[in-house]
Design a protein around this ligand. Structure first.
Ligand code: TPP
Length: 330
């Protein structure tokens, strides 16, 4: 008998279970970052805290469209992508608190860590540099005739670097299985996009290298997923490098220490009303793909998981000073 809750098939290739899992990752990303803000204010976070508030939708949707074996390279606002690829909240918390038990044993901070088995690469801080690195990885996929795809994220600011241009050009010319996700979030630190470039659409930069380039509403989770999936499969089937510009907005400053005085209250309010998670909840609720109970169950699970992870990470020790010289090349 047909359930009243599943009146229509979920979009594209997503099952109801997938839709709820996407909700889990969206909410987990936001809640984990909120918890990190608490820890930051208590002086327990070492270094800066970079939020993805308002951008969780595109980060989760693009990575969710990948397949096992594909590799992505996140930036500081792609906690959501790393969680989708299997990074654990406790690892992220340990990393932000620079604990000995963290993936980098307290040597690196925030989400600068790797797990190639799970399919995410640690980022190089220098903007744009991950594009040629990921082009190299995509080149190995092509040379070994593996049907794998690389995904690399760049911000509007990162697109002004030489490394970005060299990397995209190389990937385009070599027809590499790479998807470049351009996060147009309005700002690079305090520089607005119109002071960064004269192109009308950031996807025009991809077109200038002769690659298929699209723009999507980055706060519409299912639209991002659908297009990302198409581009990933086009790259996988030999059609070469693809670019996806996701139009979104950075609702926090560059990091917690940035008072974001250059972002107007009207602009912030406008984008708060265009929240990707709120929109997703309405979409799946209105379509009958999830009940308030389904979502509450997921919220409780997240609350429990984060609270356990915080307890564990907080009780772990900081590294001993002497350990700093271990694992150093010279
Ligand atoms: C080559 C280089 N220049 C400057 C910086 C310092 N920096 C780090 S993040 C950032 C802004 C990045 O903006 P964008 O690429 O738009 O990404 P967003 O922060 O908006 O996600 C800057 C200037 C850097 N890491 N690398």
């Amino acid at each position: 008998m047909e359930s009243a809750l599943t009146p229509a098939a979920p979009p594209a290739d997503l099952t109801q279970e997938n839709l709820l899992e996407i909700y889990y990752f969206l909410r987990l990303t936001r809640s984990l970052e909120e918890q990190l803000v608490n820890l930051y204010r208590q002086g327990k976070v070492i270094g800066g805290l970079y939020r993805s508030l308002g951008q969780e939708g595109e980060s989760v949707a693009t990575s969710y469209a990948l397949r096992p074996g594909d590799i992505l390279s996140p930036l500081i606002r792609n906690l959501g992508s790393m969680l989708v690829k299997g990074a654990q909240p406790v690892e992220v918390l340990r990393q932000y608190m620079a604990k000995t038990s963290s993936p980098t044993a307290g040597r690196e901070m925030n989400i600068h860590f790797n797990d190639l088995d799970k399919g995410f690469l640690g980022q190089i801080s220098h903007l744009g540099d991950m594009v040629p690195v990921m082009a190299g990885i995509a080149l190995t996929f092509k040379m070994r005739v593996e049907r794998r795809v690389g995904m690399v994220y760049v911000g509007d600011g990162a697109m002004s670097t030489g490394a970005f241009h060299e990397g995209v050009n190389f990937a385009a010319v070599q027809k590499l299985p790479l998807v470049v996700v351009v996060e147009n979030n309005g700002y690079a630190f305090s520089t607005p996009v119109h002071k960064q470039t004269r192109v009308a659409s950031l996807a025009d930069k991809g077109r200038s290298y002769g690659i298929a380039s699209y723009t999507v509403d980055g706060n519409d989770v299912l639209a991002v997923y659908g297009l990302a999936r198409q581009l990933i499969e086009a790259a996988r089937s030999g059609e070469g490098t693809q670019m996806l510009e996701v139009v979104t907005y950075r609702r926090k400053g560059h990091a917690e220490h940035d008072d974001q005085r250059y972002q107007s209250e009207e602009e912030l309010a406008l984008w708060e009303g265009n929240d990707p998670i709120d929109r997703y909840v309405s979409r799946i609720g209105d379509a009958g793909w999830a009940t308030p109970d389904d979502l509450e169950r997921i919220d409780s699970r997240i609350e429990r998981e984060i609270s356990e992870a915080v307890g564990t990470a907080e009780s772990d020790p900081l590294p001993e000073g002497e350990s700093a010289i271990g694992g150093v090349f010279a």
